[in-house]
Write a protein that binds this ligand. Sequence first.
Ligand code: PMP
Length: 423
Amino acid sequence: DPCCAAPLPVLGRDVTVPLVTGGEVTYAALDYAASAPALQRVWDDVAAYAPYYGSVHRGAGYLSQLSTDLFENSRGTVHEFLDCRDDDQVVFTRSTTDSLNLLAAALPADCQVFVFETEHHASLLPWRDARVTYLNAPRTHGEAVRTLETALADRDPYGPALVCVTGASNVTGELWPVRELAAAAHAHGARIVLDAAQLAPHHPLSVRELDVDWVAFSGHKLYAPFGSGVLAGRADWLQDAEPYLAGGGASRKVARRTDGGVDVEWHSTAARHEAGSPNVIGVYSIASACKALTEAGFGTLVAREQHLITKVRDGLAEVPEVKVLSLFGDDSPRVGVISFVVEGWNSSHFAAALSAEYGIGVRDGLFCAHPLVRTLLGSDPQDVGECGAPEAEPGERLLNAIRVSFGAGTPDEHVERFVRAVK
Ligand code: PMP
């Protein structure tokens, strides 16, 4: 029974934290959507490599060569993990935010961008220098596709266009109809980039099958917390763009000109956008996580996570004061990310109590998706005020929420303790 499969070993499972009520308890990390704990396997792989650490692409010594191989082989592992097309490029970045800003910097001239207002700020904001159309929050998958189609039908049909969409919401955990949105984008001659920050850790992901042009994700949400991320996909826009950073590694040939300036020939490979000494530990840890998740099998991981989701949702459903936030409705497929409000409670106080009294780490706030949370809470989505919790009195409108999120390393006890605590 895959539901009863053991959680994958992660770091921090034995860490104890003090309680205000006295004594201590093992920490229940239920904030995977912000950053997931490292897989033990990732940690072990990194530790085994650490003595062999050396410069990548910058040394003739044995350890430099070994580190270069490890770095370049990691590209292949990620390519395979994402089921990319043969000629797709895998560019290593710092994070999803970095990946999407890189793509934004590589947009062709006059590119139009289409993005739902419901996106995480990392997907919502990088395009501000382009012509952006912000699409209203849909309430069904069908409405999402129709909204996009209507917007694309109105666009300048001859210019380049990009759609940016999340695979799984960092607020509601709900999956988005990525394949259908990609088909709509392509039918109108647009490209599409998938923000897979919350999808990749929880769900199998195939660039070919979804037919997206690019995908972005972060190592630290994929159990690989060493500061790397990925942008993978079509090479053409990336090859044509100015390098994201100017410097060594991105440049193939640099020479002084007779007029005193410099001529630069940039790489056309992924290296074009990877100037500077690369974060080989971060990149290797992502590759290690990709292998570990593939070996564990997403069939098993998804089944186990669904079992945890059911426990949390059933538990929350027994508390009448709790309202779970959802854009597409209760039956919509989702990953292990659930946000809710509790009537009469300030969400920040509630989250603080979960930590102080039960040793449970969740997140409160607007989750870097202000327009979405405001839509879900019924306030004005145009008003993107300060992130954080205004002091709400009992009975007052709550302007922030509580998010519980979990994944491959979560034992049943953590979600059971959470449900008990909420009750
Ligand atoms: N997109 C989504 C859906 C996210 O959940 C996050 C992280 N919360 C990001 C993008 C940004 O990821 P990072 O902070 O690693 O750049």
